[in-house]
Design a protein around this ligand. Sequence first.
Ligand code: G1P
Length: 289
Amino acid sequence: MKVRKAVIPAAGLGTRMLPASKSVPKEMLPMVDKPVLQYIVEEAVAAGIEDILIITNRGKGAMDDYFDYAPELERRLEASGKMAELAAVRRPAELANLYFIRQKETKGLGHAIGQARRFVGDEPFAILLGDDIMRAERPVIGQLIEAAEAYDASVIGVQQVPDEMVSKYGVIKAQPLGNKVFTVTDMQEKPALTEKFSNYAVLGRYVLKPEIFDLLDHQAPGVGGEIQLTDSIKTLCGKNKVLAVDFEGRRYDTGNLRGFLEATIDFALDHPETGEWLKGFLRDKAKEV
Ligand code: G1P
């Protein structure tokens, strides 16, 4: 089994990032010098993915413009000898084969993934949530793909979260299988703390077999009245092998202000143009606060 395709759901309304996300899709907000979405596309590409479907919504046309050429701008940069900027501007258009489809009604993550059926066809595929950026030595989706290919299974990316965070996430019930690999036996979406199966939370990365689409088609609404991907994966657990990988890397939820700022600081510290300066700036600030 070979995973060649990825789906990035980016159709949410961005209500946790208002007013910044009112007219700019939250996935297009700048994380240091690139939009959030570019990090996610780059993670997929680094894991060997060639075809990527981005699920969008009305008012989010800036996303497909970004992954296109910009001939007028490029001619200007070339004429003025700004070759580094020219390369940076062309890069998004050349990263991968990108496809776009709109989720015409906002009915939840499971419904958004259902829009990918024709793109995916009869192959296993990766899912990278458009809010979740990873900082890792090995691309997180690549870690999941490795396990999916080794075990011929669907795989969910998880990490342990503290008790007070459990009710924000999909949560797994699992048994150890190998090094940082588990067999998933059950799932819950956003459980109450008293009902949680475990502290292993689903953090925005999945590799699924195409059987998920039949389940999504018949999925009744769950938490929040939305079609939940977690609920269909729960059914998949009973029929098919579903594993979880406790992945290596740090995940940031850029869909809320704190997560966005944490990611901005960490990525700016890593960036060759800003790292040293930011360290000094933060040291000075720390003395003031
Ligand atoms: C979604 C999923 C949830 C998952 C979370 C983080 O929730 O439904 O299972 O744990 O993403 O990846 P949302 O944050 O969209 O409410």
